[in-house]
Design a binder for this molecule. Structure first.
Ligand code: NDP
Length: 321
C-alpha cells in the first residue's frame, strides 16, 4: 500500500480505504464486518469511512464496537463521520451550529473514539449560512474533537464560499471533499473541481469507484439476486441504472480482461490514476470482494499509457453512439 497526502495537509492516507455505506448492519454482521476491517488494515488500509446517516447510526455503533475489539493503536488509523442526515426532527439534520456539534458528539460516542480524524458536511445545506458551518467546524477543531473538516458533494461555488468565509475570519477552510468519482461519473471531479484542486489544494476521498457495482459487469444482464439494489431501503439505487450504457461497460470490462485484470480491479485502479484523488474508498459486501479489490494495489503497472489510450477511444466511441 502506498500513502498520499490528504491534499496540502500532512496527513498520510492509504490509497485504498474502506467504507461502510449500505454494507455494515444491512449486509455484513459484526463477525463479517470485523473480518473485512482486519483484512483491510493488514493490507495497509488506514482510513475507515462512516457517517451519522449510515444505517441510522448503527453503522457507527458497529464500527466502534469492532475498533474497540481490535484494539488498534489510535495513532495507526483514520476514522471519519459525516453530518447532515441525523434524524427526523428539525434540529437533527442539516449543518446548523447545533446539529454540527450534536452530530460530532454523537459520532464520538458511537465510534467510541476521543476524536474524529475527518468530519464531513455530507451535503450542502441551503438553509444554513455557510459561515455558520465554517465557525462550527472550527470550534470542533479547536476543541480537539476533529482533526480535519471537509465537504461532500458541495458545488465548487459552495466550496469557494467556505474558503472565502474562512479567510475573512482567519479560520480553517475545508481540507477535503468526498465526491463520487468513477468511469461513469467524471464531470464534477474532473471539470467543476479543477479550479478548487489547483487553488486550494484540497484532498479528496472519492466514493463509489465501482458505481455501486455496475462497473464490475455483474449488472450487464440484469440485477443479480444478491445485490445492494435488493437491500431493503436501497431499492432506489436501481434508478441509477437508467441511462447506463451497458454496451460501453461491456467493452471496458473486455479491455480489463485483455490486460489480465478483473473489471472491478480495472475500475478501481483507473480512479487512482488521477492525482487529485487522495484515497479511493472501497465498498464490499463480503471479504471475498474486498480481497479481490485490495489485490488491485499490486497491479497498478497494468494501466499503461497504451491501455489508457485504448480506454479513451472506447469511451469516445461509446459516447458518440
Ligand atoms: P462501490 O461503488 O465500490 O460499490 C461497492 C459495492 O459493489 C459492494 O458493496 C458490492 O455490492 C459491489 N462490489 C464490490 N466489490 C465487488 C467485486 N469485487 N465483485 C462484485 N461486486 C463487488 O463503493 P460504494 O458505493 O460502497 O462506496 C464506497 C464508500 O464510499 C461507502 O462505503 C461510503 O463510505 C462512501 N460513500 C460516500 C458517499 C457520500 O455521499 N459521501 C455516498 C456513497 C458512498 P453488492 O452487495 O451488490 O455485491
Amino acid at each position: 500500500m502506498e500513502y498520499r497526502n490528504l491534499g496540502k495537509s500532512g496527513l498520510k492516507i492509504s490509497e485504498f480505504s474502506f467504507g461502510s455505506w449500505v454494507t455494515f448492519v444491512n449486509q455484513l454482521n459484526e463477525k463479517e464486518a470485523m473480518r473485512c476491517m482486519e483484512i483491510a488494515y493488514e493490507r495497509g488500509v488506514n482510513f475507515f469511512d462512516n457517517a451519522e446517516a449510515y444505517a441510522s447510526g448503527a453503522s457507527e455503533v458497529l464500527m466502534g464496537k469492532i475498533l474497540k475489539k481490535l484494539n488498534w493503536s489510535r495513532d495507526s488509523y483514520i476514522v471519519s463521520s459525516k453530518v447532515f442526515w441525523g434524524g427526523d426532527l428539525p434540529t437533527q439534520k442539516g449543518l446548523s451550529k447545533k446539529h454540527v456539534h450534536d452530530a460530532c458528539n454523537n459520532a464520538l460516542k458511537r465510534l467510541q473514539v476521543d476524536y474524529l480524524d475527518l468530519f464531513f458536511c455530507h451535503r450542502p445545506d441551503p438553509e444554513t449560512p455557510i459561515i455558520e458551518t465554517v465557525f462550527a467546524m472550527n470550534d470542533l477543531l479547536s476543541q480537539g474533537k476533529i482533526m480535519y473538516w471537509g465537504t461532500s458533494e458541495w458545488s465548487a461555488k459552495e466550496i469557494k464560499t467556505a474558503f472565502k468565509c474562512a479567510s475573512k475570519y482567519k479560520l480553517r477552510g475545508p481540507s477535503m471533499e468526498q465526491p463520487q468519482y468513477n468511469l461513469l461519473h467524471r464531470d464534477r471531479f474532473e471539470n467543476e473541481y479543477d479550479e478548487i484542486f489547483k487553488k486550494y489544494k484540497i484532498g479528496s476521498t472519492i466514493w463509489s469507484p465501482l458505481a455501486s457495482g455496475l462497473l464490475t459487469g455483474k449488472y450487464n444482464n440484469g440485477v443479480p439476486s444478491s445485490s445492494r439494489f435488493k437491500v431493503k431501503g436501497y431499492e432506489w439505487l436501481a434508478d441509477s441504472m437508467d441511462g447506463i450504457n451497458f454496451d460501453l461497460i461491456g467493452k471496458i470490462n473486455s479491455l480489463a480482461k485483455e490486460i489480465g485484470l478483473l473489471p472491478s480491479q480495472f475500475a478501481i485502479l483507473w480512479c487512482l490514476m488521477n492525482q487529485n484523488v487522495s484515497t479511493v474508498i472501497l465498498g464490499a459486501s463480503s471479504s471475498t470482494q474486498l480481497k479481490e479489490n485490495l489485490c488491485a494495489i499490486d497491479l497498478k503497472d497494468a494501466l499503461t499509457l497504451d491501455v489508457t489510450d485504448k480506454l479513451n477511444n472506447i469511451i469516445r466511441e461509446g459516447i458518440k453512439k
